[in-house]
Design a protein around this ligand. Structure first.
Ligand code: F1P
Length: 321
């Protein structure tokens, strides 16, 4: 990976010159490291809560804000791809009025995010609603018809990691996926060194396809939130349609899944680093989590307490302006 360029095999975990896969640090490091166990616990819950989650064939809308929106996107694409039915994902604030759905799924770690509560209030009892949250004692429990609490995955860090991936683990298990190999992949990622070029990079572009588009957006958000980095995310085939213009020496283009034909070569020609791992995509997101914490600390930032960000966004709707 010398000179900032590399081919499609740059994602080898044997890359040298990186930091160790240690678990030291503050809250976020411990929360990141606990993901494999949280995923298995969330997946084990799937049969118990299946009656509240979208049934096969239902037309479903999933909504969230920030991280929760990107998890909604991943789940929506995964559900459709698994043949369970049409599934749309929306930022809660952009939920289109008047659409007909069989069920609305609201995602919110805090259970207090204003836009999500507004959406559930607008939905009323006209359509069944279900919320996944970390804290069932919050207003979301009264606002939704059913609530699924993943309290064991709640977090101290403002930046979401294990809660978000645990809810996706639950939803994937509900689609019939086996999360055991995914948890195994995450354990490998946690034990692997992080390449030094990543920690020093000035810019990241994350690319995905299908359900990994949401993961790519979430990866980009993590590095922005925790480390204040310049990051972007696109569906992989969109990257050539403009975003490639920002790639150059000091850039990392991180692929969640196999790259479109010839793309790795084009990225390498810009002087950017191509990162493509063989690991399962949700486990690969764990590598981004680790990088977010390390890159933040390397820049003198506290990844648990990002600038200008709180655990949930509660808008003062009573006050105009
Ligand atoms: C959504 C969210 C987070 C973000 C920050 C502010 O929260 O936008 O994604 O990182 O913590 O809140 P929630 O509705 O899932 O609690």
């Amino acid at each position: 990976m010398d000179g900032g360029t590399s081919g499609a095999d740059a994602g080898s975990d044997s890359a040298s010159g990186g930091t160790s896969g240690g678990m030291d640090g503050g809250g976020i490091e411990q929360e990141v490291a606990s993901q494999p166990e949280c995923w298995l616990r969330a997946a084990a819950l799937a049969p118990e809560v299946a009656g509240s989650l979208p049934a096969r064939g239902e037309r479903v809308a999933v909504a969230g804000c920030g991280t929760s929106w990107f998890i909604a996107q991943s789940y929506a694409a995964a559900r459709e791809a698994a043949g369970h039915g049409e599934t749309d994902a929306f930022a809660a604030s952009e939920f289109p009025p008047g659409r007909r759905y069989d069920r609305i799924l609201a995602l919110s770690r805090s259970g207090t995010t204003t836009e999500i509560l507004d959406l559930l209030a607008r939905a009323g009892r006209a359509v069944p609603t279900v919320a996944i949250t970390a804290d069932a004692s919050t207003p979301i429990a009264a606002a939704a018809d059913a609530v699924i609490a993943l309290d064991f995955a709640d977090e101290r860090s403002v930046v979401q990691t294990r809660f978000a991936t645990s809810e996706l683990a639950l939803l994937r298990a509900h689609l019939g996926e086996d999360l055991a190999p995914v948890a195994g992949a995450a354990r490998r990622v946690l034990a692997a060194p992080l390449p030094a070029q990543m920690i020093e990079a000035r810019q990241f572009t994350f690319l995905g396809t299908g359900w990994t588009c949401g993961l790519a957006s979430e990866a980009a958000l993590k590095l922005r939130e925790a480390a204040g980095l310049w990051t972007e995310a696109y569906p992989a085939m969109e990257y050539r349609h403009g975003p490639i213009a920002v790639t150059g020496p000091g850039s990392v283009v991180w692929l969640f899944g196999p790259p479109p034909d010839g793309l790795a070569r084009e990225i390498a020609a810009t002087g950017g680093l191509v990162w493509q791992s063989e690991e399962e995509p949700m486990a690969e997101l764990v590598r981004v989590h680790r990088l977010a914490a390390v890159a933040a600390r390397a820049r003198g930032l506290d990844p648990d307490r990002p600038r200008n960000l709180s655990r949930s966004v509660i808008l003062d709707t009573a006050r105009p302006g």
